[in-house]
Design a protein around this ligand. Structure first.
Ligand code: ATP
Ligand code: MG
Length: 716
């Protein structure tokens, strides 16, 4: 055992010490959120070096994000000093595999200086292949193929290892052929995609025993954080590397497995003990992160899952506030409420860096961004673009800019072929020449070129049709409000249709973002007003080191912690997501619930959950039902609050602000189908019978938004 009084063990509880000191043989640290798993892993790493059990370069340590790797490197640095600089094998799966692959690239037909292509390049490549094979890309979108290939790679499958069923997944049995073509093409380009990094390394380790032996020899110790989210190929790769010495320590929490959509398999935890017989299983039960209330709320919620190992969590931290559940009228009020709360926290001395807003879907960030900009609250969006910087939003804005300003060449370049009109770089080049020669904008040149023989007739006609569309939209802009205008433009340009044809989760996310954009535009009278607002928003990037509120998805927040956490949009169809509800299976719902558990357990001191009674979706008011997860929170640890009970004056103010929203609601089609289960009924029952009485009252009188769910379900 370690020397007594070793500062490395200072403050650690007994099971944590055990995890640090059990250096030989397989170790599985299985414990709930905030129990100091990552902390123990960090100390273990430092201990291995300090006790001279291994050189820093002989330890393989995998973290889930680059940010987590950076943090671990920093902390270990505090413990062991400059030795930490000799740690090449501390990083994410991707980073480590890429480094290895550089050394052995030739074994899979690449050169050491291979390039790693991003998703955009990947799609472009696949499109070329699909078209070259004479397939209709509309019918068999490249995105779908990319999704299949990613899935196969995540499972460690090479083209010749696909079984018939998998092969059928794309273009009636052409999946394998395209996968092979794509891999060949990448090889000619001396390139690989992200999925290849691990897959190639796996191929190399499996096919070249001498290389495998070399790494098995080198890595005296292997450690993995967030093990519950490893996928098959990562798992195979780890197992190979650790197989000879068996000094592997993995750390995870089955309740926090939230990446099955990316191929992660929580089963990897369960079979660890089988693959590494005699593994020491260490359970940590003391949570150091959160108040008892937050912990109880999260534990109570995750209890509703049937597929879990189950574990005990306790804390000796002082009691804090209960988890707050706040019902608000609509999205804008939700953003206002969160903004106000954060400003109050700031006045009370809270650091903005310690405040986070965690959303289920990217499009939810827009309302907060707009609000924070208008009240001057600094924020940063982590893991994802800020709303107005996303590709589809930029495209839509480019349409609007070209309509407002015919000389906007950048806008023209962005959209002349988005969606695909069959105009290539060649056509644009010709246009540029003409524009320069005549000293006119590209849009004007696109009209003039029609009367020349510079381009094939088809291209000229396409330009003409496009410019006619733009002219028509420009006319419309004089009479139509901006929100209707953008909807018209996106529809008539074929942009919406192209996205719909893709039929992927990503495309539907983009469509959601576009309708969110239209919604944002409803507040503006003229196109000019709106574009001005956007340019201010885009200019808002504050200095890098300033204190800021963090806005990010729940997925991206894994492993992190904040004093104050806000969780907006807890409504059926937002969270749990519509996708999870449509799929309907227990598994997808349980994954959403694990996500809720991850989200709540990010909070150290205070956790605030919000849900709105109304969301404007596709321009129509839709009544929302509070998330079933709210009903599943143990009542003793939750404070319910609703601004809808703020008295008649507030209520009336809401009414006038929205100029009779009920009339619209009554007309609105219920845009969402809700899966009915016991949880959902409980959610509804709770919402209407106990907490916000005001909703129920008003419901009766207005016979409107909340009445819908009331009549649709049979409670009890
Ligand atoms: P997650 O499941 O969310 O990744 P985790 O189990 O990795 O959580 P850590 O992030 O390592 O938990 O620790 C949570 C918090 O508890 C951190 O602020 C950490 O510094 C603190 N902590 C960990 N161990 C101890 C300890 N023995 N004494 C006091 N504080 C601790
Ligand atoms: Mg952790």
């Amino acid at each position: 055992d370690g020397p007594p009084g070793d500062p490395l063990l200072d403050g650690l509880n007994p099971p944590q010490r055990e995890a640090v000191l059990t250096t030989e043989g397989p170790v599985l640290m299985l414990a709930g959120a905030g129990t100091g798993k990552t902390a123990a892993l960090t100390r273990r790493l430092a201990h291995l070096v300090r006790a001279r059990l291994a050189w820093p370069s002989e330890i393989l340590c995998v973290t889930f994000t680059n940010r987590a790797a950076r943090e671990m490197r920093e902390r270990v640095g505090h413990l062991i000093g400059p030795a930490v600089e000799g740690m090449p094998w501390l990083g994410t799966f991707h980073a480590i595999a890429a480094k290895m692959l550089r050394r052995h690239a030739e074994l899979v037909g690449l050169q050491a200086n291979y390039t790693i292509i991003d998703t955009d390049d990947q799609l472009r490549l696949l499109k070329q292949l699909i078209v070259a094979e004479g397939l209709d890309e509309k019918r068999w979108p490249a995105r779908q193929l990319a999704g299949c290939i990613d899935r196969w790679k995540n499972r460690g499958l090479l083209p010749d290892q696909l079984d018939a069923g998998e092969n059928e997944a794309y273009a009636n049995g052409k999946g394998r052929a395209f996968y092979q073509l794509y891999q060949d093409r990448l090889k000619t380009l001396n390139a690989c995609d992200f999925g290849d990094l691990l897959l190639h390394m796996l191929t190399i380790l499996r096919g070249h025993p001498e290389v495998l032996a070399q790494y098995q020899q080198r890595f005296k110790y292997v450690m993995v954080d967030e093990y519950q989210d490893t996928n098959q190929v990562q798992y195979f790769w780890l197992r190979l590397l650790a197989q000879s010495r068996k000094n592997i320590c993995v750390v995870g929490d089955d309740d926090q497995s939230i990446y099955s959509w990316r191929g992660a398999e929580v089963a990897n935890i369960l079979r660890f003990e089988k693959d590494f017989p005699g593994a020491r299983v260490i359970r940590l039960e003391q949570n150091y992160r959160s108040t008892p209330q937050i912990l109880a709320a999260a534990s109570g919620l995750i209890d509703a899952n049937t597929q879990r190992l189950g574990k005990t969590l306790w804390t000796d931290r002082h009691a804090g506030d209960r988890v707050r559940v706040i019902g608000v009228w609509d999205g804008p009020e939700e953003a206002r409420r969160v903004g106000d709360d954060i400003e109050r926290l700031e006045r009370e001395g809270a650091a903005l860096n310690q405040v986070a807003i965690l959303v289920r879907a990217q499009y939810q960030t827009r309302e907060f961004e707009d609000r924070f900009i208008s009240i001057g609250l600094n924020y940063r969006i982590v893991g994802g673009f800020r709303f107005y910087e996303r590709a589809e939003i930029r495209d839509a804005l480019a349409y609007l800019r070209l309509i407002a300003q015919p000389a906007d060449d950048l806008a023209f370049e962005r959209i002349y072929n988005a969606p695909k009109r069959g105009l290539g770089a060649k056509a644009l080049e010709k246009l540029h020449l003409l524009a320069r020669r005549r000293g006119i904008p590209l849009a004007a040149a696109a009209l003039e070129i029609v009367d020349t023989d510079e381009l094939p007739a088809r291209a000229r006609n396409t330009f003409l049709a496009f410019m006619r569309d733009v002219a028509r939209w420009r006319d419309l802009a004089k009479t139509q409000n901006p929100a209707d205008l953008i909807r018209t433009v996106m529809d008539e340009s074929g942009y919406t249709e192209a996205l719909q044809a893709e039929r992927t989760a990503e495309a539907s996310g983009r469509l959601e973002n576009l309708s969110e954009l239209a919604r944002a535009m409803e507040e503006y009278e003229s196109l000019g007003d709106f574009l001005e607002h956007v340019s201010l928003v885009m200019d808002n990037e504050a200095a890098a080191d300033e204190e800021k509120v963090t806005i990010m998805t729940m997925h991206a927040a894994k492993g992190l912690e904040f004093d104050h956490v806000f969780l907006p949009g807890w409504e059926e169809g937002v969270f749990p997501s519509q996708r999870a509800l449509d799929e309907g299976g227990l598994a997808s719902l349980e994954e959403e619930r694990r996500l809720a558990y991850v989200a709540i357990t990010r909070a150290r001191r205070r956790c605030t959950i919000l849900h709105a009674a109304n969301r404007r979706i596709y321009g129509q008011w839709t009544s929302s039902i509070p998330s079933r997860f709210i009903a599943e929170l143990p009542g003793d640890h939750v404070d319910n609050e609703t601004t809808l009970s703020g008295g008649a004056s507030l209520w009336r103010a809401q009414w006038t602000e929205h100029a009779d929203p009920f009339a619209e609601v009554a007309r609105a089609q219920p845009a969402r189908t809700v899966t009915r289960g016991p949880g959902w009924q409980r959610a509804a029952a709770r919402e209407f019978d106990t907490a916000p009485r005001r909703i129920a009252e008003t419901t009766r009188s207005a016979a409107s938004f909340a009445a819908k769910p009331r009549t649709d379900i049979e409670i009890g």
